[in-house]
Ligand binder design. Structure first.
Ligand SMILES: Nc1ncnc2c1ncn2[C@@H]1O[C@H](COP(=O)(O)OP(=O)(O)OP(=O)(O)O)[C@@H](O)[C@H]1O
Ligand SMILES: [Mg+2]
Length: 303
C-alpha cells in the first residue's frame, strides 16, 4: 500500500557480520512516543499495539523453547479485514509468534507458551477449544508449499470432509470450485482436478494451499513467508490474492521483504530478539519509525 524506494536489505548477508545491539527503549531523538503498559522486563513496545475492533488479542505472551526465551512479553491486537506484516531479523521470533496464534507450537515438545491469546473473545488456549477446530478458524500457509500427496480436488476437499462442511458431493464440488476460484487457480486446473497437487508449479501449489486453507471458511489466515520460494510473477499473484482475501479475513504475514510488507499490509510489527519493538500503520513504520532499531532495520542498517 505504500510505495517505497527502500532497497531490499540483504538481511541474511549482513546478519552474521553484526553484533546485535541490546534492547533498550532507545527512540530516535525528537520523536514522540506512545508508551504501552510496561512489560515485566522493562521493555515497552513503541507505537500502537491496540487497534479498532480487535479480533485477535495477544496479552503478555511469552514463549520458551526449553531455556530459550523466544518471545518476550508481547502484547498485540489484530483486526479483521486487514493485513498485518511481522518483520524482523532472522531468529527474532516471527514464526514462533505466528504459530502461537493457532497453537501450532503445541506440537513442539520443548515449547511453552504463557500469557493470553483470544480469538473473538475466546481464550484459544482454553481446554474447551479443540485445536483442530481452532486451526480451521485460523488457517496457515507455509513458506514451502506443502500439498498433500493427493489429487488437486482432494487437497481442497480434505478440510471440508474432516469438518463435515458438505452434505453431499454437489456441495463438496461447490466448495472445491469456489475455493480454487478465490485462490485464483480454478482456470488453470479445472480440467485436471484428478491429477496430483504435487504436479503443479511452485506458485500453483502455493495457491492450492491457499485454496485448501480457505475451503474450511477460516476467519484468520496466517502466512509464514508464503512467497519466499516463488518467482516475482507468482509472488505478485499471491500478493493480489492477499489483498482480495483481506476483505473477508484477518491476515497475518511474516515476510523478509520490506517491499512486500509495504505493498500488502495495513500495519507492521517489528520484532527484535523476541521483543515486539514497534508496531504501527505501515506507512509510519517505513517513513517515520520511532524506534532506533526499527529505523536501522527498515533502512537496511541491521539485519
Ligand atoms: N522448534 C524449535 N525448537 C527450539 N527452538 C526453536 C524452534 N523454533 C524456533 N526456535 C528458536 O526460537 C527463536 C525464534 O525463532 P523463529 O523461528 O520464531 O524466528 P524467525 O523470526 O521466524 O526467524 P526466520 O526469519 O529465520 O524464519 C530462535 O532462537 C530459534 O532458534
Ligand atoms: Mg521464521
Amino acid at each position: 500500500m505504500v510505495s517505497l524506494s527502500l532497497r531490499e536489505t540483504g538481511e541474511y548477508r549482513r546478519m552474521n557480520q553484526m553484533t546485535q545491539p541490546s534492547i533498550t527503549n532507545e527512540v530516535s531523538p525528537k520523536k514522540s512516543v506512545t508508551v504501552e503498559e510496561p512489560a515485566a522486563d522493562g521493555y515497552q513496545t513503541v507505537g500502537e499495539v491496540r487497534c479498532k475492533s480487535p479480533f485477535i488479542v495477544a496479552e503478555n505472551v511469552d514463549v520458551y523453547y526449553g531455556d530459550n526465551h523466544a518471545i518476550k512479553h508481547v502484547t498485540l491486537e489484530i483486526a479483521k479485514n486487514q493485513v498485518i506484516a511481522l518483520i524482523g531479523p532472522s531468529g527474532c521470533g516471527k514464526s514462533t509468534f505466528l504459530r502461537c496464534l493457532n497453537r501450532m507450537n503445541d506440537s513442539i515438545d520443548s515449547a511453552r507458551v504463557t500469557g493470553r491469546i483470544t480469538l473473538d473473545g475466546q481464550d484459544i488456549y482454553s481446554k474447551d477449544l479443540d485445536p483442530v477446530v481452532l486451526r480451521a478458524r485460523v488457517g496457515m500457509v507455509f513458506q514451502k508449499p506443502n500439498p498433500f500427496p493427493k489429487s488437486i480436488y482432494d487437497n481442497v476437499a480434505y478440510g471440508p470432509r474432516i469438518h463435515g462442511l458438505a452434505n453431499d458431493r454437489a456441495e463438496l464440488d461447490d466448495i472445491v470450485h469456489t475455493s480454487l476460484e478465490r485462490a485464483g487457480l480454478l482456470k488453470e486446473v479445472k480440467n485436471r482436478l484428478d491429477e496430483p497437487g504435487t504436479g503443479l508449479s511452485g506458485g500453483q501449489q502455493q495457491r492450492l494451499c491457499i485454496a485448501r486453507t480457505i475451503a474450511v471458511n477460516p476467519e484468520v489466515i496466517l502466512m509464514d513467508e508464503p512467497c519466499s520460494a516463488l518467482d516475482p510473477i507468482a509472488t505478485a499473484r499471491i500478493e493480489d490474492l492477499m489483498d482480495e482475501l483481506s476483505e473477508d479475513y484477518a491476515i497475518v504475514i511474516v515476510t523478509h521483504s520490506m517491499q512486500q510488507a509495504a505493498r500488502v499490509s495495513r500495519r507492521v510489527a517489528y520484532f527484535h530478539l523476541g521483543h515486539l519493538i514497534e508496531v504501527d500503520e505501515t506507512n509510519k513504520i517505513f517513513t517515520n519509525p520511532r524506534h532506533k532499531l526499527t529505523e536501522d532495520y527498515v533502512t537496511g542498517r541491521i539485519g
